[in-house]
Design a protein around this ligand. Structure first.
Ligand SMILES: [Zn+2]
Length: 229
C-alpha cells in the first residue's frame, strides 16, 4: 500500500510542526509562519521566518515526494516520482529573493540571515546539494548555528518590524499575492525578480542541458529564469 500525496503531505507538515514545537525552545527562537510582505515588485510569501540571537532563518519548504535532482546554480531542479518528471524553480534562488525582501523590510544585514530549504514528504535528494538543503534534520541544522548576531533587544526589534510589515493572513492577501505572481511570472520580457530584460538562453549543464529558457540579462548577479512555453 502506498500513501497518497495528500496524506504524506499532511504527515510531513505534522512532523515538522511537532518537531518545531518540541525542539526549538520558544524563549530562544521566534517562529513566524506564512509571512507575506510587500516588495517594490508586488508581494512575496515566505513559509517560515525564525528569528533568534543566532540570526534570522528564512525557510522555504517544498512538499514533494520522489527523487530530487538539482545543483546550486541550476535555474531549475527536477523531481521524478513514479516515472513522472516535474521541473521546478531552484528553491535556493527563490529564497534569495525572500532574504532580500526581508532584509529591506526589517533592516537586517544579509550576513546575519540563513537560507534554509526543507523538503518534506517522502523524498530523497539524489544529487550533491549544499548543506542548507535538507530532507531531514532541519531543527538540528538550525540549532547548530551558534554564531551570535543579535542581542535580545535586536531580536525583539526585528520581530516587531516583521510583524508590523507583514500583510494580514487573510484570503484576500493570499489571492493578491497569487495575482501579483501570475502577472510577474507570465512575462517573457521582464525579469520577475529584478525588472531587467530577459534574454533567451540555452542551459549548458545539469539535468536540463540543451533546453532553452529565459534568463535575466543581469546574470550572474540575478539568477532568475523561467520556462519557455
Ligand atoms: Zn533579474
Amino acid at each position: 500500500m502506498s500513501l497518497g500525496p495528500q496524506f504524506t503531505g499532511w504527515f510531513g507538515e505534522l512532523k515538522t510542526i511537532v518537531a518545531q514545537k518540541l525542539f526549538l525552545p520558544s524563549a530562544d527562537y521566534v517562529d513566524l509562519n506564512n509571512v507575506t510582505i510587500r516588495t517594490h515588485r508586488g508581494t512575496t510569501q515566505i513559509d517560515h521566518v525564525i528569528i533568534s540571537r543566532y540570526g534570522v532563518f528564512v525557510v522555504e519548504t517544498k512538499n514533494m515526494s520522489g527523487w530530487i535532482f538539482g545543483s546550486e546554480d541550476d535555474p531549475f531542479w527536477t523531481k521524478i516520482n513514479k516515472g513522472n518528471k516535474l521541473r521546478f524553480k531552484n528553491p535556493l534562488h527563490q529564497n534569495e529573493g525572500h532574504i532580500r525582501a526581508l532584509s529591506n523590510l526589517a533592516r537586517i544585514q544579509p550576513e546575519s540571515m540563513h537560507s534554509v530549504v526543507v523538503f518534506r514528504g517522502d523524498c530523497s535528494l539524489k544529487t550533491q546539494l549544499p548543506p542548507n538543503v535538507l530532507a531531514s534534520g532541519y531543527i538540528t541544522y538550525v540549532k547548530n548555528k551558534r554564531q551570535v548576531f543579535f542581542t535580545e533587544a535586536e531580536v525583539a526589534r526585528i520581530v516587531e518590524a516583521i510583524k508590523a510589515g507583514m500583510l494580514p493572513k487573510t484570503r484576500a492577501t493570499h489571492l493578491k499575492h497569487v495575482d501579483h505572481l501570475k502577472q510577474r511570472f507570465e512575462s517573457t520580457t521582464t525579469c520577475a525578480r529584478c525588472g531587467s530584460p530577459l534574454v533567451l538562453r540555452t542551459a549548458r549543464s545539469g539535468s536540463n542541458a540543451g533546453k532553452q529558457f529565459f534568463g535575466c540579462s543581469r546574470f550572474p548577479s540575478c539568477r532568475y529564469a523561467r520556462n519557455v512555453e
